[in-house]
Structure formats: structure tokens, C-alpha cells
Design a protein around this ligand. Structure first.
Ligand code: SF4
Ligand code: SF4
Length: 297
């Protein structure tokens, strides 16, 4: 082990602290952070769930070593030589407050945090990878792999060759909700990053055993509040209709979203289903600490 979880936490938190891009003042709004301090989890590169995703989602889905080799084609690192770091950022209370009041259309703050996400994330990746480089540890940020792209899964429709949320699930950070968002201890209004390093750190325990354990709908048969939050009925008791959701995002981008979205390179975000719901800020059910880690899921 050439580094520790403690030093990685410091590196990530320093990168966030030293980034000028985590602030609404970037677009001439009053000075205020866009994202909270991150939560961090660790998955073993050879966790069997990565192989399961490949089988279940589609053969295009990358194993950690496949993703790693796209940046380091000469590398002979195997999945078991790698650790996947997953980290996620919750929206601030202030953004969640205004988004909670929004009805039918997302709030300006939500649209801006989505649109400004990539520059912020890329700045973090630059800073973090630079620190790994100084330690002599090879590291790959998924978002910086040019081949990372949207794919179509026969079983699930819209997909990609790496999912940050599925990785966060493996790393013990949360489980999926009815609307497909990941419910964490800080709630569901979050965005995630993944970095793969050539070093072996202990994997974090998953404090759950099923994919949707922390959603009230799946665990208690109640709630469904996110169904009512969606302006285009893209959420139902059957789950999340990704095509309907994506069509609404296109509509926001091209026609009905705020000027800043329509007249920029911002990616559209809606996220109405992530606020004014029981899982907005927390896990809405009792957490039963009976999970597993490593390959024993
Ligand atoms: S709002 Fe309710 S049903 Fe929807 S994801 Fe959250 S807990 Fe599950
Ligand atoms: S992001 Fe918006 S359109 Fe998509 S499911 Fe959530 S509320 Fe519906």
C-alpha cells in the first residue's frame, strides 16, 4: 500500500478547497459554494460486482482494468491490483431549498450547478491526479477518458461504459431509489466522480445487501413522492423512464429552460425528483448495518 485513505481524503478535500470553480460567483451570482464537502468510498478493483455489471448491463461496460488500460495501454495491472475511489458531492442546503420550491421547471441554481459541473470536476481531477503523480501512483479519472460515452444496453436502454453511481454503490456510499438516483447518508441530491488507482487499499463495507434497500418504496412499500415531483411522469411504480426524462432535458435545453441553459454549452439538469422528497438529505429508512464488502456481495 503506497498511500492511505486518510491522505486521499486530504488530497480530495484540498482540491475542493483550492478550486475557484465551486462558487456561484463564477456566473455573477452572490458568493456561495455550489457543492458541499465530498463523501468518499473505496471499492476493490476485483469486486465481483464490476464483472456482474458487465454481464448485466452489457459487454461494453468497463472493468476497472479495462478503463485503466485506456490511459496506460502498456500497463499489465489486473483488477486485483487496483482500487476504485468513488466520491460524491451533495447540493448545498440553499440550493435544495430553492429547488424544493420549484414546480414544473428546475430552479436556476440547480440548472447552474449542473451546467458548471464539468469544469469543476475537471479542475478537481487535474489537482488530484497531479498529487497521485507526485506520489508515483498511476491514476485514471473516468471523465478524462475520451472513450467514456453513452451506450445502449439491451436490458436497460440508455447506459454508458462506466457509471459513477453504480461505482458509488459498490464503494458503500448508497443504494438506488425509485427514480434511479443514489440515496446516500447525505441524501439523493448529489453528483459523483470515480478515480482508479494502481494501489491496493481496503474496500469499504457496504452497509446494505440489496440495490434499493435505502428507498422507502422498495423497502417499506410506501412513499413514491418522487413520482409526483416529475413534471413529465417519467417516474412510476415501475421505476424511471430514462427516455422520457432525457426528452424533457432536451426540451429544457432547446426550448423552455432558462436563458443561461439555452444560450451556453451547459448540459441540462432537472433534478426536481431529488428535492422535496423524504430522501433529499438522508437515508429515509432505518439503516441495518449487515452489509458485506469485497467480493462477498
Ligand atoms: S422519494 Fe421515496 S420512493 Fe422516491 S426515491 Fe426517495 S424514498 Fe424512494
Ligand atoms: S430529472 Fe426531472 S424529468 Fe427526469 S425523472 Fe427527475 S423530475 Fe422527471
Amino acid at each position: 500500500m503506497r498511500t492511505t485513505k486518510e491522505s486521499i481524503k486530504e488530497i480530495i478535500e484540498d482540491a475542493v478547497r483550492n478550486s475557484d470553480l465551486n462558487n456561484f460567483s463564477r456566473i455573477n451570482l452572490p458568493e456561495e459554494p455550489m457543492w458541499n464537502k465530498p463523501i468518499i468510498g473505496y471499492a476493490a478493483g476485483d469486486d465481483s460486482l464490476f464483472a456482474f455489471y458487465k454481464k448485466d448491463i452489457g459487454d461494453f461496460y468497463w472493468s476497472p482494468s479495462e478503463a485503466f488500460s485506456l490511459k496506460y495501454p502498456e500497463s499489465i495491472a489486473k483488477d486485483e491490483d487496483l482500487t476504485v475511489i468513488s466520491f460524491g458531492f451533495a447540493q448545498t442546503d440553499e440550493t435544495k431549498k430553492v429547488q424544493s420550491r420549484a414546480e414544473g421547471l428546475p430552479s436556476l441554481k440547480w440548472v447552474v450547478t449542473r451546467g458548471e459541473w464539468e469544469p469543476f470536476a475537471y479542475d478537481l481531477y487535474d489537482k488530484i491526479l497531479c498529487e497521485f503523480d507526485k506520489m508515483g501512483i498511476k491514476a485514471v479519472a473516468i471523465d478524462l477518458i475520451p472513450e467514456w460515452s453513452r451506450m445502449t444496453s439491451e436490458k436497460y436502454g440508455i447506459a454508458s461504459n462506466w457509471s459513477h453511481r453504480h461505482t458509488a454503490f459498490i464503494a458503500g456510499l448508497g443504494t438506488f431509489g425509485l427514480s434511479d438516483g443514489l440515496i446516500t447518508r447525505q441524501g439523493k441530491a448529489m453528483r459523483f466522480c470515480s478515480i482508479i488507482i494502481e494501489d491496493k487499499l481496503p474496500a469499504d463495507q457496504r452497509p446494505y445487501t440489496t440495490y434499493q434497500e435505502w428507498c422507502k418504496f422498495y423497502s417499506e412499500g410506501t412513499c413514491g413522492t418522487c413520482i409526483r415531483r416529475c413534471p413529465v411522469s417519467a417516474i412510476s411504480k415501475e421505476g424511471h423512464d430514462k427516455d422520457a426524462c432525457s426528452a424533457y432535458l432536451q426540451l429544457l435545453k432547446k426550448e423552455i429552460g432558462p436563458d443561461i441553459l439555452r444560450n451556453s454549452n451547459y448540459i441540462a439538469g432537472c433534478g426536481l425528483c431529488q428535492t422535496r422528497i423524504p430522501c433529499q438529505d438522508k437515508v429515509p429508512v432505518k439503516i441495518v448495518e449487515r452489509g458485506t464488502n469485497g467480493n462477498k456481495f
